[in-house]
Design a binder for this molecule. Structure first.
Ligand SMILES: [Zn+2]
Length: 345
């Protein structure tokens, strides 16, 4: 009997660890500041402030080391509830062999890939330890009209490649000053883009394929249209990335207390109506931007492009909403939790 009990315990432990996704505890990131030769100003050791945005007049490589790296490290730490620590190193601005534009001869305008490969080649000489992810930073901004031709040919404002050079993954992005309202927080845009792509990296590294819902979850999700602050993952992507197991009500109805998402992973609640729904309570709906608490109601569905995630309702205070044939009522929100009841409509 004792043997059987032990076996059962073993199985339980096994299934518990199988549920957790395989997140690496530490991710070594090298930020490579890669300047095409025609934008580089040798006397300053960085891209010319006259050619790229003057923001760089004030922010050299030390800005990446002292401002960007700590903020990104903190953000990834908080997104993964302390499970992923970044170790970020930054090169100085490197002058690459080719110019950005060179009519009639080869330039980086002809190939983004060539630019990335040459940036990696230049950086490799400076790598003193193995690196998991290389972030290649373009000194131009997608919001600067002078560089719209560059960015209109790119896969996005930031993108991720799983095997970019050997086993190293890479993330390619720009710098986000100039043009529109993003200028108010260029570093925030950059941090969100890098954190978004790093979430793709963690997902891909853990599973060998992409499982996160991308570009869904509106401004309340890092993987959605995150416009400001340092948004959490939506609860579906949190489950997928961190292997969280939220509570599930199934088709049961009644009153529940939701713990704040900030208390740790797996605090959301699943319930079924005409679709699958997720309820979550956040002390800050968007950390850094919307410090007010909210209860968010999400639905999962199927669209032409696959699974969809939509925000069905946002409670910013007590109230009632009809969702999927159910009446969802928020009775109260406080530091300890939010009291929500579900009833048939
Ligand atoms: Zn994405």
């Amino acid at each position: 009997m004792a043997r059987e009990a032990l076996l059962l315990l073993g199985l339980l432990l096994l299934s518990a660890s199988a549920a957790a996704s395989s997140l690496p505890g530490e991710v070594r990131v090298l930020v490579v500041l890669a300047s095409p030769s025609d934008l580089y100003e040798p006397s300053l050791g960085r891209p010319s402030p006259a050619l790229v945005d003057p923001w760089y007049g004030d922010h050299g490589a030390e800005w990446f080391r002292e401002v960007l790296a700590p903020r990104l490290t903190w953000y990834m730490d908080s997104l993964t509830y302390g499970r992923v620590k970044l170790e970020v190193e930054t090169t100085g601005w490197l002058r690459l062999p080719l110019p950005l534009r060179s009519p009639g001869s080869i330039s980086y305008m002809d190939s983004r890939d060539l630019w990335v490969q040459q940036a990696l080649q230049a950086a490799e000489k400076r790598m003193t330890a193995p690196v998991d992810v290389v972030v290649v930073v373009d000194p131009t901004s997608p919001y600067d009209p002078r560089f719209q031709d560059v960015w209109s040919r790119s896969p996005g404002y930031g993108w991720f490649q799983p095997q970019c050079r050997g086993a190293m993954a890479c993330i390619v992005t720009g710098t986000f000053y100039g043009g529109n309202g993003y200028a108010r927080d260029p570093e925030g845009v950059m941090v969100r883009i890098l954190a978004h792509e790093l979430a793709h990296y963690l997902d891909y590294r853990g599973r060998g394929r992409y499982t996160l819902l991308d570009n869904q979850g509106e401004e309340f999700s890092l993987m959605g249209r995150a416009y400001s602050g340092e948004p959490l993952l939506d609860p579906v992507n949190e489950e997928r990335l961190l292997g969280s197991r939220p509570r599930s009500l199934g088709r049961a109805r009644g009153e529940v207390t939701l713990e704040p998402r900030e208390n740790g992973q797996g605090r959301s609640l699943r319930f079924a109506g005409d679709k699958d729904y997720l309820l979550e309570y956040r002390l800050q709906q968007i950390p850094g931007a919307e410090p007010r608490p909210a209860v968010l109601v999400w639905s999962l569905g199927q669209g032409a492009g696959g699974e969809t995630l939509s925000l069905e309702h946002r409670f910013q205070g007590p109230g009632e909403a009809e969702v999927g044939g159910l009446r969802v009522r928020l009775a109260s929100m406080g530091p300890g939790g939010a009291r929500v009841s579900l009833a048939s409509a």
